[in-house]
Design a protein around this ligand. Structure first.
Ligand SMILES: [Zn+2]
Length: 213
């Protein structure tokens, strides 16, 4: 899916004369990594009033989509906070339409996330970067102990606060097998709250085996 840019009238917070500006309404992060970088840098949809020179963010709705990461975020306008339940109902409808048309070939089987404002989107992406980095450290620690590395389904890992990569047990692919493998890697001295949490959950009675990609 391609990113989409729009043009529309924007209003300066200092009540200057309205002006036309371009802004993104759909960001396809895997197609346009520069736009993801812009979100993280706080530059996405940043506009400048030609009259007074003030910089401000275009406060419109935006869809942020990263297909390989299984991350779909509906970003609502800050000014619509009071209408949250109405917006969520519309989001579910929109999601079903998108899922069954534009993104049919992707077989989306994970729910969308919603936030208000670009700052909240930035926070999600920062958390995501932090977890990706920690997951790579887990993968490296697992490999150094001669475990093979299993990749969890990204939306499942995110939802449960697990690392994106975990050590794979050699034989026993049950939840307990994964818990034992995770315990061995943690015992080697790795400090990872994500892997610790994964070990705890996999070690619970009746836990289901993790969903792998
Ligand atoms: Zn202005």
């Amino acid at each position: 899916m391609k990113s989409i840019k729009n043009e529309g009238t924007v209003r300066c917070p200092r009540h200057c004369e309205p002006f036309d500006a371009e802004y993104w309404s759909l960001v396809s992060a895997d197609q346009d990594p520069d736009l993801k970088t812009a979100v993280l840098g706080g530059e996405l949809n940043l506009v400048r009033c030609p009259e007074c020179g003030t910089f401000f963010h275009h406060d419109g709705e935006l869809i942020y989509f990263d297909a390989p990461a299984e991350l779909l975020v509906f970003v609502f306008s800050e000014k619509d906070r009071a209408k949250e339940s109405e917006l969520l109902a519309r989001m579910r409808e929109d999601y079903n339409i998108i899922k069954n048309t534009l993104l049919k070939q992707l077989n989306m089987d994970y729910p969308p996330v919603s936030v208000f404002g670009l700052e909240a989107l930035k926070n999600i992406l920062q958390e995501e970067e932090k977890n990706r980095f920690e997951s790579e450290v887990v993968a490296a620690a697992a490999a150094s102990l001669e475990f093979s590395v299993a990749r969890l389904k990204p939306s499942y890992a995110r939802q449960h606060h697990f690392p994106f990569y975990v050590p794979a047990p050699a034989q026993d692919r049950s939840a307990n097998g994964f818990a034992v493998a995770a315990a061995k890697v943690l015992k080697s001295g790795l400090a990872s709250t994500l892997l610790r949490h994964f070990e705890d959950k996999m070690g619970e009675d009746g836990a289901d085996a993790p969903i792998l990609l």
